[in-house]
Design a protein around this ligand. Structure first.
Ligand code: ZN
Length: 309
């Protein structure tokens, strides 16, 4: 039984309109779902990814409108690594970001930048073992498109060894040195790194809420048992409409989720029209009139592109 790399990473933003503008336009990802937070239905939950919304490409945000910026500290992810095909692509992205008013910094085979909330990213040349998970955007040539999430780095207070047993024992990561672990699944790989800090963080706009690892559907209950056997307080299986999930806070304080492949984002929308209309969890459907008045209207840029075509 293996985890197949990462499923999605979820963040907090203070501004859903800028979120769609930055990720679906500047970075050229596809907005694959507009929905609301299960536990706080007055807040958007927006999902971005490749054309199909494949696990491994998914970045999601809870919008808490007007939220103040947070700061990553111990127990929080501080940088997300996105894959591109080559070092030439780093030049393309440096220019595109600059043209939209975002600074970037080149360091060897990587380039770093921050989004409008101060969330930090690194573009890296993608691992050969990761099949490309591209979205299509009219201004981003396919050879430069973002190819999925390659890795993430988190701040920890107790060093990279403190959760080694959980990672390498129960979850099947391998230790790669330099505070880094690798997760090698059947179809995707992921780099998971730690930097030690004593700084306390606080959640808010531009911070990461949790990371989800990808389980085969048939293994999900077995993962729940294995995580419990490893001494973690794990939740029951929760139906998130687009996948099933379990959650636990691992020993460094980072919230981990394990999510299934199915049913995926096409379960309630035509695959050609993903993310174009507000979809509500069944239990919140009765709130639609109130939510449609209250939530900032968002336009998936894909609608305009299709109308021009
Ligand atoms: Zn999640």
């Amino acid at each position: 039984m293996k985890l197949d790399g990462m499923h999605h990473i979820t963040m907090i933003t203070g501004d859903a309109e800028r979120n769609v503008e930055f990720y679906a336009d500047v970075l050229g990802l596809r907005l694959v779902k507009q929905t609301v937070n299960f536990d706080a239905p007055e807040a958007y939950h927006l999902y971005f990814g490749d054309e199909a919304g494949s696990p491994g490409s998914i970045l999601t945000w809870f919008e808490f409108a007007g939220a103040h910026r947070g700061r990553p500290g111990a127990g929080m992810i501080h940088t997300i690594q996105l894959g591109v095909a080559s070092e030439n692509s780093l030049d393309f992205w440096a220019e595109r970001l600059a043209a939209r008013g975002y600074a970037s910094e080149r360091g060897g085979r990587a380039m770093s930048f921050e989004d409008y909330d101060g969330l930090r990213f690194a573009l890296v040349v993608a691992d050969d073992g990761n099949p490309p998970l591209r979205a299509w955007h009219p201004e981003v040539p396919a050879e430069h498109a973002i190819l999925g999430v390659e890795g993430a780095r988190a701040y920890v207070a107790r060093g990279a060894e403190a959760d080694r047993d959980l990672l390498t024992g129960a979850l099947g990561f391998e230790q790669a040195g330099d505070g880094e672990y690798r997760l090698t699944g059947d179809t995707r790989r992921f780099r998971w790194g730690y930097d030690t800090t004593s700084q306390r963080g606080f959640s808010g706009a531009g911070t990461v809420h949790h990371i989800a690892w990808h389980s085969r559907d048939e293994d999900h209950v077995a993962w729940q048992e294995r995580v419990a056997q490893a001494g973690m307080q794990v939740t029951p299986v929760i139906d998130r409409d687009y996948f099933l999930s379990i959650y636990f806070r691992q020993p460094q304080g980072i919230l981990f989720e394990i999510a299934t492949t199915s049913p995926g984002f096409a379960v309630d929308e035509d695959p050609d029209r993903l993310g174009e209309a507000l979809r509500l969890p069944k239990q919140h459907e009765h709130l639609r009139p109130m939510l449609e008045r209250h939530l900032t209207p968002l336009t998936n840029p894909r609608i305009a592109v299709r109308q021009e075509a």
